[in-house]
Structure formats: C-alpha cells, structure tokens
Design a protein around this ligand. Sequence first.
Ligand SMILES: *[C@@H]1O[C@H](CO)[C@@H](O)[C@H](O)[C@H]1NC(C)=O
Ligand SMILES: *[C@@H]1O[C@H](CO)[C@@H](O)[C@H](O)[C@H]1NC(C)=O
Ligand SMILES: *[C@@H]1O[C@H](CO)[C@@H](O)[C@H](O)[C@H]1NC(C)=O
Ligand SMILES: *[C@@H]1O[C@H](CO)[C@@H](O)[C@H](O)[C@H]1NC(C)=O
Length: 332
Amino acid sequence: MRPSSSYLLVVSFLALFTVAPATDPATESKKPVMCPSSAPQCGPGYYQPEEYNATPNLGYNKLFELQHHFFQRFVYPNNTVEAESINSAIFADNVIGRVSDTRVFKGRELNTEYIFGLFVKQPYASVIGLPLSYEILAFTGNQNIASASTRVQINFPSFPDNRTLPVTVNTWLTFDSNLQITQYDVTFRWFANLMQMLLLSLDPKNPVNATAIAQKTIANAVCTQHNIYCKGKNLQYKSTDDCMEFLTKGVRMGQSFELGDNTLLCRNVHMSMLKYRPDEHCSHIGPTGGGMCIDNYTYESKVNEVVFTNSPWIPDGTSPHHYHGLSSNNPK
Ligand SMILES: *[C@@H]1O[C@H](CO)[C@@H](O)[C@H](O)[C@H]1NC(C)=O
Ligand SMILES: *[C@@H]1O[C@H](CO)[C@@H](O)[C@H](O)[C@H]1NC(C)=O
Ligand SMILES: *[C@@H]1O[C@H](CO)[C@@H](O)[C@H](O)[C@H]1NC(C)=O
Ligand SMILES: *[C@@H]1O[C@H](CO)[C@@H](O)[C@H](O)[C@H]1NC(C)=O
C-alpha cells in the first residue's frame, strides 16, 4: 500500500512538471495570434499554421451565435465595456473593416475604437447615437462567413425629443478558428434618409436654418473636445475661434455618404475617438484631416477598391478574386 502510494505521488509530482507548462493559462493566453501570409503585419514568429485556420468550417449554428454575440457587445452599455478593453477580443489582431459612408479601418485597436467606442454615451452633441437593442431580421452563414440584416434601435439624444429610431444594418463578417472577426463590411441601410430626417428635425420648417444649427452645434462639440484632448504637438487649432471658423466656413458640412471625407460630419465621427488616443486621432479633426477626413476617393475608386485580403468572401473560394469580394475589380 505504502510503496505504491508514494510511487503515485512521485509520478503525479513529475506529471505536474511535464504537464503543467502546456496547460498553464498564462502561456495559453500568450499564444501568438497567427495571421495569413497575405497580411503585411505578419512578422516572423507569428505563424502557427497547424493550429490556426483563416477559413474554418464553423457551421451555421456557430455562425448565428457569433453574429448574436457581436450585436450583444455592440449595444449600449455593453459596448462601453468592450471599448474600455482597448483591444476587443471580438476582433482578430489584423482585422480589416469597412463601414459604408465612412472608410476602411485596419487593426484590432482602431476597430475597437470605431465599432465600440463610437456608439457610447457622448458628453457633447453628436449625430451618432446609442444602440439600445437589436433584432436580426435576416441571416445566413456558410463556412466562416456570416451575412445578416439587423434592425438596431438607436437613441439620438442630441436631436429634439430624444428620439429612438430603427436603423437597419447589413453586415458581412468572416471569422477565423479563434472565432475572432477577421473582416467586416457594414452598410447602414437608408442612412441618407436617416440623416436628412435627423437634421431637418432641428428646424422642420426651415431646412437652411436646420443645417446651420447642426453645423454650429457640431463644430462647437468638436472644438470643445479639441481643447480638452489635443494639446502640445497634437494641437490642431490656435484658438476656439480658429476652430469654429474652419469647421463652419473652411470645410463643408458633408452629405450622408461623406463621413470619411473632408467634412464637418467626418470630424464629428472622429471627435469621439480623441479620448482614447489623442496622438492617433487629433489630426483627424484638424485642418488636414489626418488621412481620415480627406477627399481622396472618387466614386469609382471607392467601388473598385480592393480592401479585404484576410479571407475569401465566397465559401471555399481560393482565387485572389474571392478574397477581394464585395467590391473588387472584375478580373476578366
Ligand atoms: C449585454 O451582454 C450580456 C452578456 O454578454 C448579454 O447577456 C446581454 O443580453 C447584452 N445586452 C443586450 C441588450 O443584448
Ligand atoms: C432618452 O431616451 C433614452 C432611451 O429611451 C433614455 O434612456 C434616456 O434616459 C432619455 N434621456 C432623457 C434626457 O430623457
Ligand atoms: C434658426 O431660426 C430661429 C428662429 O426660428 C432663430 O432664432 C435662430 O437664430 C436660427 N438659427 C440659425 C443658426 O440661423
Ligand atoms: C485614401 O487614403 C487612405 C488612407 O489615408 C488609403 O488607405 C487609401 O488607399 C486612399 N484611397 C485612394 C483611392 O486614394
């Protein structure tokens, strides 16, 4: 009895040494995240081909669950928690995303800011609202690709009557074997109608005045945030007057599809990012637009732009064309 139990003790003691390191959670969480070789940010030591799969066959139910999970984190106040995580685990490190009417966003930190940090409670007037609940209206999933149309109830506290309005969001997502989003393409459906209605609500009888009110209110919000967060080398405007002058006269308000162009509305989107990383975002609200609020797209270059390189948008698609998806040059 005795020899055998001490033998067991020795064996389990040894086992502790041999097994423990492999299952140590600290080691597990440090496991490098792999990205496909097509992604430029994949350096040496990043790649774990035997474990990682950019196009896993996740099955319909898992994809539906992941789609729900995304929206559960997107609604307020869950999105605040996600934004504060800085690098949301929902996204793969090398995630590439595009949002209609704005632009392309690359990398986990930036996407955590734009997807979760943008739709949180704002201290100043903004055209962006708070998503309160969602309802998936249409869904299909295949391999690692999920496509959905979702109605989100968004509260707009900066507009009269504190209205909550339905907004339809169409999404295409791809997931990797870590169940993280590697790509998203998001379209806000009928966004132009929504913007027009919201802006007009500021003075329903006088559209010109309504626009003027919006312009002044948004410029004021951008300048206030600039004064709080953009100091020293991040300073964009010499004074509040300079800031107001530029934002109301030096740049156009922008149409609903110009939230990624050289417009006041683009700077409205980016002002909410200042508190996360002033170094990164201050230039976006400044006169130069910092590469985010600039007029560098034509209609055609937008439509033809090849954005997505992490995963094909067609199940089992292998040709480079299938990677481009959703907006690529026709390779014929
Ligand atoms: C917020 O997240 C929790 C936990 O994931 C979830 O149970 C809840 O439903 C989410 N809220 C909404 C409104 O979806
Ligand atoms: C505005 O509406 C939202 C959503 O219904 C509510 O949570 C919030 O308290 C309201 N704010 C005010 C100032 O009434
Ligand atoms: C809009 O119209 C109101 C009167 O209805 C006026 O008081 C206000 O100054 C106007 N605002 C702008 C920005 O023109
Ligand atoms: C516009 O600028 C962005 C970044 O500043 C760049 O990634 C993109 O390729 C440019 N697009 C065009 C069509 O010039």
